[in-house]
Design a binder for this molecule. Structure first.
Ligand code: ZN
Length: 267
């Protein structure tokens, strides 16, 4: 489930299961409402995508103004398809992907307010986490490699170990990304998953020679293994490649694309 919000031509998504919390801000941006052109049209939030830097900066200004958030509150991942997650606080605000000490971080989490966690996506799965009891949030980038390396499980474990969260209280949204319709891989990738957990076979389908994975359901399954309730996990159901009109898609645009963002913050 999802809700598509529009402020003039700026479009972004929110998710019903997280919307009920008045002190929680969250969103997933779309490709609409920015100034970038060509394959980056138009709300590209990725710096190292080949887009003009002045356009990306302008997009940040537009996005922050429309969403009523501060650019200086953002903390961004430097994603490299790892399962590394990092605890951040006010001190980390404004840090960008290239900063020393922030390399290879695919997930961020915090118990601090007014700290906005930001990840980048164009097919890879965004995972939002929120524990409304302990007041902890997390944001992760889980492409197939991150999923294979159990980044969702790492996040839930960190919530439990660092803050004493009861996993049955944690809520998650699995956002727009490649659906089973479009996540097609060869046997070598399928074998990697089966080697980790033979149960993953249940989330694969053969189409000719190719394997189609349901990464949304695999991430959900991983969260349930860690103690989360199925009913606390919401899947947006939006495939970024099928909806290339609304989303950037790495596969749909043959690698030439901008990046969208998942953002979560406690106010
Ligand atoms: Zn699709």
């Amino acid at each position: 489930m999802y809700k598509l919000n529009e402020i003039q031509d700026f479009k972004y998504l929110t998710f019903p299961s997280l919307e009920e919390y008045y002190d929680l801000f969250h969103c997933f941006t779309t490709r609409d409402g920015g100034v970038s052109e060509g394959p980056f049209a138009s709300m590209n939030l990725g710096i190292k995508t080949g887009d003009r830097e002045d356009n990306v900066s302008e997009n940040y200004k537009i996005m922050a103004e429309k969403l009523n958030i501060k650019i200086e509150d953002l903390i961004k991942t430097n994603q490299t398809h790892t399962n590394n997650i990092r605890y951040v606080t006010e001190k980390d605000k404004g840090k960008v992907m290239q900063d020393p000490g922030y390399k290879d971080v695919d997930g961020l989490y915090t118990d601090k307010r007014n700290v906005a966690l930001m990840t980048f996506h164009a097919d890879c799965t965004p995972l939002f986490f929120y524990d409304p009891v302990r007041k902890v949030i997390g944001m992760a980038h889980a492409g197939w490699r991150g999923t294979l390396k159990n980044i969702a499980g790492e996040m839930v474990k960190a919530f439990i170990n660092d803050f004493g969260c009861n996993p049955s209280n944690i809520k998650s949204v699995i956002g727009p990304s490649l659906g089973q319709c479009c996540f097609e891989v060869d046997k070598d990738v399928a074998d990697l998953f089966i080697a980790v957990n033979s149960k993953y076979k249940d989330f694969m389908e053969m189409k000719g020679e190719k394997y189609h994975f349901d990464l949304w359901e695999i991430n959900k399954y991983i969260m349930v293994i860690e103690g989360m309730k199925e009913s606390n996990i919401e899947i947006s159901g939006l495939c970024s490649k099928c909806r290339n009109d609304l989303f950037f898609s790495h596969r749909g645009q043959k690698g030439k694309r901008g990046l969208m963002s998942g953002i979560i913050m406690m106010k």
